[in-house]
Design a protein. Structure first.
Length: 585
């Protein structure tokens, strides 16, 4: 009896899938794309509606031959590549390259976001045709990038240095880093001073705390701009009398972060594990495709890792809430399931957030089967998901406003001190979100029990010179956040962007922060002057949304290419004539 042929991208995914499909299926791995544009030429027929001239690389011909042979013996074909535009394009290319004919054999596309028995069963019950809207969005991106890369790079070779390249999205990322560097270099720091006063209740030093000088008594904010002003204030504060003007106490609920999407996983893996975006995605792919867990065999541990949606399936929420109740108790479970608003306006609801496929598979239970990186990343993903469905952390905060009255004048000053005490850990019993190094921590003190009207004893004054600081250089985490906030790139592109701009020596990292190379600055300036659209944040973000519309089927892809290329060609001709040769030796 003829078997059903299933085609996936990787042997690891094939192994995991084989557990659920049984002996009536044959699974073949394509090892990624089987066709692409040629490396040695443009590969796009501009005069013929930008028709791509795809080629099958030498190393993929054997794979195509094996797929053809398997297809000839199969009763039907299932294309089970990844659930995104790239995966859809791989499926389409497989059909085209192997010349598989739908009139001779049923060819179906199956889509799943996790490799579990339930998800696979559901996908194979609901196959569909290849979605040409998704394929065309991928083709449009590929051709746009090829046009920019292969048309602009030779111009840079001619005018700057051989071997240079320009990319449609990478050039914007370099520009963001260059702009930040210039902002830092042009920054003029301003001196200012802060003053804290140490006080206590009734000369009891055991109750001492520090309060920060903030304003005049009428609420006018104080700005202390030099040492002389600071000295005058210190002299006045030494002689002042202090009274508690107001006490405000309130309970603050801190809510958990949503489960990971691609960008937040990459950011948090950098903050907590110091994984680059590329390293994070390599490890996440391994966790998704499946790893051997002893007697269980190959197990897909997380859902698909390229996503911009915080949506979680109802069954996963139910399982997680049951687990929390059982392991941590009802106090740690909110009355209703948490549903998170999409972080990005272009998020795809059909996708899920990145989460463990089974929350009962705790990190400690699977640690013995995983490599160090795999174990660390799984632990991060698992904890973030569990925490996202837990109760809020509760803090009691007390804010004391203290008045300093001067005996020699009618002028008085206001000081503030805030105490914050964790009363219930909630989700923080499992996980707390990391912070970027440049984020200023909140300033809290331990206050004694104070009431309005309490008189306080003066113990000392602590002036400190400070200087305003420029915006910090980007880390992997903050650059990904900037790209996402500006609408540059999509989940599949963040890691390649960061890798490419370093590999091409446009930027480098020192102590985890991005610095532009001289070459990066020169190329950015040339592009900014002669090809403004290529490095325009607004234009690049709009193009991403255009590609999204192509994927949804609300926009045709060839007119988009035409609308881009017509003015681009004019800029190329003008740039060739106007750009002066730059000596970078």
């Amino acid at each position: 009896m003829a078997k059903k042929l299933v085609i996936v991208e990787s042997p690891a995914k094939a192994r995991t899938l084989s557990k659920f499909l049984g002996r009536s299926y044959v699974i073949k791995a394509s090892l990624g794309h089987v066709r692409d544009l040629p490396k040695a030429s443009l590969g796009v027929d501009i005069e013929n509606d930008f028709a791509p001239k795809y080629v099958i690389p030498q190393q993929k011909r054997k794979i195509i031959k094996e797929i053809k042979e398997a297809a000839n013996e199969a009763s039907s074909i299932y294309l089970a590549t990844d659930p995104d535009r790239e995966g859809e394009a791989i499926s389409w290319h497989l059909v085209e390259a192997a010349k598989l004919r739908k009139d001779r054999i049923p060819i179906r596309r199956v889509v799943f976001h996790e490799i579990t028995n339930e998800a696979i069963g559901e996908a194979f019950k609901n196959p569909r045709p290849v979605d040409m809207n998704l394929v065309n969005a991928q083709q449009a991106r590929r051709i746009l990038d090829r046009l920019v890369g292969y048309k602009l790079s030779p111009l840079l070779w001619q005018k700057v240095q051989r071997g240079l390249s320009a990319g449609r999205v990478q050039s914007v990322a370099v520009r963001i880093i260059v702009d930040r560097e210039r902002e830092i270099q042009n920054f003029v720091r301003q001196e200012y001073w802060t003053i804290e006063v140490e006080l206590c209740l009734a000369e009891d030093r055991e109750t001492s705390f520090r309060a920060k000088l903030t304003a005049l008594s009428d609420g006018t904010k104080l700005h202390i701009s030099n040492e002389q002003e600071a000295k005058e204030l210190v002299a006045a504060l030494e002689k002042a009398s202090y009274v508690v003007k107001e006490i405000q106490t309130k309970r603050i609920a801190r809510q958990p972060a949503p489960p990971f999407i691609t960008s937040t996983l990459q950011q948090e893996a950098w903050r907590k594990l110091h994984f680059t975006a590329k390293r994070t995605m390599v490890v996440a792919q391994q966790l998704y495709e499946g790893l051997p867990l002893g007697e269980e065999g190959s197990v897909g541990l997380i859902t698909y890792m390229r996503t911009d949606s915080t949506h979680i399936s109802a069954s996963a929420i139910t399982e997680t809430r049951e687990f929390i109740n059982q392991k941590y108790g009802s106090d740690f479970l909110p009355p209703r399931a948490r549903l998170f608003a999409q972080k990005t306006k272009w998020a795809q609801e059909a996708h899920e957030a990145i989460r463990p496929t089974r929350v009962h598979r705790e990190p400690e239970q699977v640690k013995q089967f995983l490599g160090s990186d795999q174990s660390k990343l799984y632990d991060l993903i698992w904890k973030r998901m569990v925490a996202s469905q837990m109760s809020a952390a509760l803090y009691d905060t007390t804010a004391a406003e203290i008045q300093a009255d001067l005996s020699t004048s009618e002028q008085s000053y206001l000081l503030k001190a805030t105490d914050s005490t964790l009363k219930f850990p909630g989700f923080m019993a499992v996980y707390s979100e990391g912070k970027d190094e440049d984020e200023k921590p909140e300033s809290f003190v331990r206050l004694p029990k104070l009431e309005a009207g309490d008189r306080l004893s003066y113990l000392g004054t602590f002036p400190e010179q400070q200087f305003t600081q420029p915006a910090p250089r980007y880390t992997e985490a903050t650059l990904i956040r900037a790209l996402e906030e500006k609408g540059i790139g999509r989940p599949s592109t963040y890691a390649p962007i960061l890798s490419t701009i370093q590999e091409r020596n446009y930027v480098h990292k020192t102590d985890g922060r991005f610095y532009p190379e001289e070459l990066g600055i020169i190329v950015t300036d040339i592009l900014n002057e002669h090809f403004p659209n290529i490095v325009s944040l607004g234009f690049t973000a709009e193009m991403e949304q255009t590609l999204d519309r192509i994927a949804r089927g609300t926009q045709e892809w060839i007119p988009v290419l035409r609308a881009f290329y017509t003015p681009f060609e004019v800029m190329l001709q003008r740039g060739s004539a106007k750009i002066q040769k730059v000596d970078v030796s």
